[in-house]
Design a protein around this ligand. Structure first.
Ligand code: ADP
Length: 495
C-alpha cells in the first residue's frame, strides 16, 4: 500500500486515518501488508526503525538518493505486524509541511511525488527480485501515488519483473487531482505520446489522477453514493467521462473508523470517559470543552465544527448564518485551518460573539477528540464529501451529526424523519440544498428535537451502536484484491 500520509506518521486529513486503519484491519485478516510513505520531517521516531535500502531514483532527468527505513508496527489480534517503509529524500520531504507552506503548494510537488512513485516501484523491485517476496496487489491512494500504475503500464521494460502486480487506485477526493503545467511533463520520464487527451493530458495540463484512473487495474472510492456522484458532471471535476469510461466501473467502499483510537470508552484525550449506557462522562467532557474554548458553563446545546476550512466543506454556509444562530440559545466551537479568508471571517465572528463562539485555528488531534466528545451536535455542510470521518466519529461519541445529504454523509447518517423516528434508526439530520437557508432550518429542527430528551437520547444511542468498524470494509477490499488478481490467473495465456 502506498500513500502520501498515514497516522501516526503524517496527517492532514481523513486519508491518514483510513490508510493505517485499513492496513491494520487487512493484517488482522492474515494479509501481509507493507505500507510505503514519504519520510517527512518530525515523524514519531521509533528506536526500532532501521535503514534497509539505499538506491537512487530518476526524477526530472536527475538521480536522487533515496534511503528506505523499515519499521514494524504491532497489530492487535494479528499474527504478524504491519511493515512500514519510510521513503526518505530529505531535500523533498524534510520540510515543515506535507504539501504546502503558508497556504502555498510547494512548487516542486510534481517532482516530489514522482520521486515517491519511482521509489515505491524500486522498493517493489528489490522485494520481489532480490528478496524473493511475492507482491500480489499494489494499493494506491490519491494522485500522489497514482503515477505508479502509469509507470508500471507505460514502462514495461523497465519494470518487467513487476508486471504480475495488480493495481487498485482509491480516490479519496476527486477535488485533488495533481494538475501541473505541460512543460513539466518531461520530468516524468514517460513517453511523450502519453501526453494526450486520451491519457495524462487534461485541458493542456498534466493530470496525475487521470493517469492513475486510466492505468490502474481497478478504481474505487470511499462510499457508494460518491461512486455514483463522480460519474456526473456536477461532481466529476472534469473526470466524469474517464471514470464512467471504465468498463469495470468504480467501486464504492465506505470507510470505517479505528475504534481503538476513536472510542469514548477508552479515549485518553478526554477528561472523562463514557458509554452509551452511561453518558455522565459526556457532560463532563462538555463542561471541559466550554472551559477549553473560554465559553461560559451554560446548559445550552454546543455545536461542534471540525475540518479543513475549504470551499468543499461548506463552512462558509455556516459563517453566513452566524448572526441568526447567535440569537438562539447555543454555543459553537470551531476547530479548523485552511483558507485564509475563512479563517479571518471566523476570527471576526469570534471577536464579535466571544461568549458564544469558541475558535481554534490550527490542527490539534487531541482537541478534535474533545470536540467530538463534548459537543452535542456536529455540523458538516459539505458541498461534496467522498466519505467523511468526522461524522463517523461523532456518531461513535454520541454527538448528533447535521450533514448535507451528499457522498458518504448520505450513506452513513440516517436522517431524522417520521419513519426513522418510529423505527428508532435516526442518527442525525440531513439537508439537501447547499444553501445557508437549508442549513439554518435543519439546525433549528435539531434544536427542537434536542429539547425532546427521550427522542434525542434515542438518536444518540442509535448512533453510538452503529457498526462503523473496518471489518466490513476490509472484507470488501479483500474481495476486490482477489477479483483483480484472479483476472490474470484465469486469463488464457497468449498464443
Ligand atoms: P477530509 O479528509 O476531507 O479532511 P474527513 O472528515 O474525512 O475530511 O477527515 C478529517 C479528519 O481530519 C478527521 O480525523 C478530523 O478529526 C481531522 N481534522 C480535520 N481538521 C482538523 C483540525 N484542525 N485539527 C485536528 N483534526 C482535524
Amino acid at each position: 500500500m502506498a500513500a502520501s500520509e498515514a497516522v501516526p506518521y503524517a496527517k492532514t486529513g481523513g486519508l491518514a486515518d483510513v490508510v493505517t486503519a485499513l492496513a491494520m484491519e487487512l493484517s488482522k485478516f492474515g494479509h501481509h501488508v507493507t505500507l510505503l510513505l514519504p519520510g517527512y520531517r518530525g515523524q514519531a521516531t521509533q528506536n526500532t526503525r532501521r535503514v534497509v535500502m539505499r538506491f537512487s531514483a530518476l526524477v526530472a532527468g536527475k538521480k536522487a538518493d533515496v534511503t528506505v527505513e523499515e519499521e514494524f508496527v504491532p497489530v492487535m489480534d494479528a499474527s504478524h505486524p504491519l511493515r512500514v517503509f519510510l521513503v526518505r529524500h530529505d531535500p523533498y520531504f524534510d520540510r515543515p509541511g506535507l504539501y504546502q507552506e503558508d497556504h502555498q503548494d510547494y512548487p516542486d510537488n510534481l517532482e516530489r511525488f514522482l520521486l515517491f512513485c519511482r521509489a515505491v516501484l524500486h522498493v517493489l523491485r528489490i522485494l520481489t527480485e532480490v528478496q524473493g517476496e511475492e507482491v500480489d496487489v499494489l494499493h494506491l491512494h490519491d494522485w500522489q501515488t497514482a503515477l505508479c500504475s502509469v509507470y508500471l503500464k507505460a514502462l514495461p521494460d523497465e519494470y518487467n519483473g513487476l508486471q504480475k502486480i495488480k493495481t487498485l487506485l482509491t480516490v479519496h477526493n476527486l477535488g485533488y487531482q495533481g494538475i501541473f503545467p505541460a512543460e513539466e511533463f518531461v520530468k516524468t520520464g514517460l513517453p511523450p505520446s502519453l501526453f494526450s487527451p486520451s491519457d495524462l493530458e487534461f485541458f493542456g495540463s498534466i493530470n496525475c489522477l487521470k493517469g492513475g484512473i486510466i492505468h490502474s487495474d481497478a478504481v474505487s472510492t470511499v462510499s457508494p453514493t460518491y461512486a455514483k456522484e463522480i460519474i456526473t458532471a456536477e461532481y466529476g471535476c472534469g473526470l466524469e467521462g474517464v471514470l464512467s469510461g471504465r468498463i469495470d466501473g468504480v467501486r464504492g467502499i465506505t470507510n470505517g473508523i479505528d475504534t481503538t483510537v476513536w472510542s469514548p470508552e477508552h479515549d485518553s484525550h478526554l477528561p472523562a470517559r463514557y458509554t452509551a449506557a452511561n453518558l455522565a462522562g459526556k457532560q463532563v467532557c462538555k463542561r471541559a470543552l466550554q472551559e477549553e474554548f473560554g465559553l461560559p458553563n451554560l446548559d445550552v446545546p454546543v455545536l461542534g465544527v471540525i475540518g479543513r476550512l475549504t470551499f468543499q466543506k461548506g463552512f462558509d454556509l455556516l459563517i453566513e448564518i452566524i448572526p441568526e444562530l447567535m440569537s438562539l440559545e447555543l454555543q459553537i466551537v470551531f476547530l479548523g485551518t485552511g483558507d485564509y479568508n475563512l479563517e479571518q471571517r471566523l476570527r471576526e465572528a469570534q471577536a464579535e460573539y466571544s461568549g458564544k463562539i469558541g475558535l481554534y485555528i490550527g490542527f490539534d488531534e487531541g482537541l478534535a477528540h474533545r470536540v467530538e466528545a463534548g459537543a452535542d451536535m456536529l455540523i458538516m455542510p459539505s458541498r461534496y464529501e467522498p466519505c467523511g470521518l468526522s461524522q463517523l466519529y461523532s456518531l461513535r461519541y454520541g454527538t448528533v451529526p447535521i450533514v448535507r445529504r451528499t457522498g458518504g454523509l448520505a450513506d452513513t447518517v440516517v436522517s431524522f424523519r417520521p419513519s426513522t423516528v418510529k423505527s428508532k434508526s435516526a442518527t442525525g439530520f440531513h439537508f439537501i440544498d447547499a444553501s445557508s437557508d437549508a442549513l439554518l432550518s435543519t439546525i433549528i429542527l435539531a434544536l427542537y428535537v434536542y429539547e425532546e430528551h427521550g427522542m434525542w437520547n434515542s438518536m444518540i444511542k442509535s448512533g453510538m451502536s452503529a457498526d462503523l468498524s473496518w471489518e466490513r470494509s476490509a472484507m470488501q477490499y479483500t474481495k476486490l484484491y482477489r477479483a483483480i488478481s484472479k483476472e490474470t490467473r484465469d486469463r488464457p495465456s497468449e498464443c
